[in-house]
Design a protein around this ligand. Sequence first.
Ligand code: 5CA
Length: 438
Amino acid sequence: MRLSRSFLPTLKENPAEAQIVSHRLMLRAGLIRQTASGIYAWLPAGLKVLRNISQIVREEQDRIGAQEVLMPTLQSADLWKRSGRYDAYGPEMLRIQDRHKRELLYGPTNEEMITDLFGQAVKSYKDLPQVLYHIQWKFRDEMRPRFGVMRGREFLMKDAYSFDLDYDSAVATYRRMLLAYLRTFQRLGVRAVPMRADTGPIGGELSHEFLILAPTGESGVFYDAALEEQDWLDEPVDVEDPKALEAFYTRVTTPYAATDEMHDTTAWESVPEARRREGRGVEVGHIFHFGTKYTQSMDVAVSGPEGAPVYPEMGSYGIGVSRLAGAIIEASHDEAGIIWPDAVAPFRAAILNLKVGDETCDAVCERIYNTNTEAFLYDDRTDRAGAKFADADLMGHPWQIVVGPRSAKEGRVELKRRATGERQDVSVEEALALVLAG
Ligand code: 5CA
């Protein structure tokens, strides 16, 4: 993208309405704009981030055999009356009436709809297990929307739903999903620690929240540093083997980890002091096993192996995709701006042309830019160098390729790594190889 022609409205000053750093930086870097309380428009660079996050989430869901669908945002109230949650959900649900005075709602979650879709199509235990997911906007009329996309009213969620014949099989699905989540967050460049959680309005008795450590997080968190040291991408567990999944689950859930709601000071004392990590955390994912709560209340059964009807065991598994954009910034920024992890950055590098109009500078920049116009943000504005450096730092591209008239003559550029500030003098080819690697 060429900066001179792009819609990337950066702000020099901190917007007064933003209380936390990620919200400030998302507005300043031109990623989002608020259009109504707790409702945001995603501008071109922000949308790229949202897509990058979604794609990693999608790949890890697909990897464990989950199948993507797309359910609508609007749902019929009748579905929710069947499960009994229409009244129970309370004022967080946005209720709507159509021209025929039929009751609709903007979906805050999709347990009812997926259970109904499943029930219409699946009649036999032979078609189990099934895991279905979608990445779709949700609406929750939060009492106090705040912190930008971190607690919005409209937000993007990946929600997956599983159907298994019995408890053991459902638990294996739950454990597979736990691994998929650990891999997803690691690939996104953040450490999210799984913690035992309350199940709230979703229901059920087995549940984990995934929290990213950040000073502005809404929960206090306490965990054993052992949980930070694992490389989940290199985890050899055979996900088809329930015994191996059980051993994996024990390994993940044995080290101490709890939010303040579930904190147990006696157990905490037994964690060696050097390994105690304490702080605040942002919830970026939440998984639930709730058994037959919805299949029973909505009377969705399949014929079992002995012919008698069986209510499938269900779980649901959420990731806050739009919240993650903010949470990643909370975990990865400095005084100058955002520091995007490579995997989610809207652009791999900014090309900073320090002398627009200079034949050599322009030619070198064009050459770099044209190798991959999607990967680069070409700062071709006639602004002074200082303004370009400041904007590139603010937007947080993993790399900056600085093209000045003297070095450009020799086919050389300065390459800056945003995360470390390290600068190196390299040839154009070396710069391209480094920036486009991986
Ligand atoms: N149906 C289940 C899982 S599929 C469910 O709705 N779970 S949830 O309520 O925990 O939401 C899943 C994730 O959505 C949360 O972990 C959080 O990351 C994100 N989320 C929830 N509320 C908001 C909100 N108001 N703004 C932004 N993200 C949110």
